[in-house]
Design a protein around this ligand. Structure first.
Ligand code: ZN
Length: 182
């Protein structure tokens, strides 16, 4: 509680395209980063947030588990690895806090088995619903992959004019020296 809310970086910022580094789940800084991600996620009303989206080069993700009761919905994933995906490809409309207001249908495997570092060592998560969808989206962020990369070629091409404002705002932030994120 009381964790600070971080600024979410938008499309066009290079921090979204890096491959993040593994971290120590027991490290106090990792716990603090998880708290910051969760506070930021709640403040922005999202369902998942990955550390690169707040310019932290760490394989750390928080997900809101929609199947759990309020107050118990936080799921921390440190160094998550996809062990397996299963089921048919499913279409679902996705958004991303790094692309405010942009929603597109993305095809992903229905289910996934993910291993991650929990407080007591390795844990696995198996899901074939909305949680799997969110987790796969967030793990992509750790490898610098964005949901627009998962769209069919023609959809991406038609989308590109809508991405220009994101790139422009990033450019203006850079030349005005504001919001430099390193
Ligand atoms: Zn995202």
């Amino acid at each position: 509680m009381g964790a600070r809310v971080a600024r979410i970086r938008r499309y066009g910022n290079r921090c979204l395209r890096r491959r993040a580094r593994s971290v120590d789940a027991a490290d106090r800084r990792t716990r603090e980063l998880l708290d910051t991600l969760w506070a930021t996620l709640l403040a922005d009303g999202g369902v998942g947030l990955a550390a690169p989206q707040i310019n932290r080069d760490c394989r750390v993700v928080v997900v809101m588990d929609p199947e759990r009761p309020l107050g118990e919905q936080r799921l921390d994933l440190v160094n998550p690895v996809i062990l397996e995906t299963f089921g048919p490809s499913v279409a679902f409309e996705e958004g991303c806090l790094s692309f405010p207001g942009l929603y597109r249908t993305v095809w992903r495997p229905q289910g996934a088995v993910v291993e991650f570092d929990g407080p007591q060592g390795k844990q696995t998560l198996r899901d074939d619903g909305l949680k799997a969808r969110i987790v796969l989206h967030e793990i992509d962020h750790l490898d610098g992959i964005l949901f627009i990369d998962r769209l069919p070629f023609w959809t991406r091409l038609l989308l590109s004019p809508r991405l220009i404002p994101f790139l422009m705002s990033e450019y203006w932030r850079k030349i005005s020296g504001k919001g430099r994120s390193g």
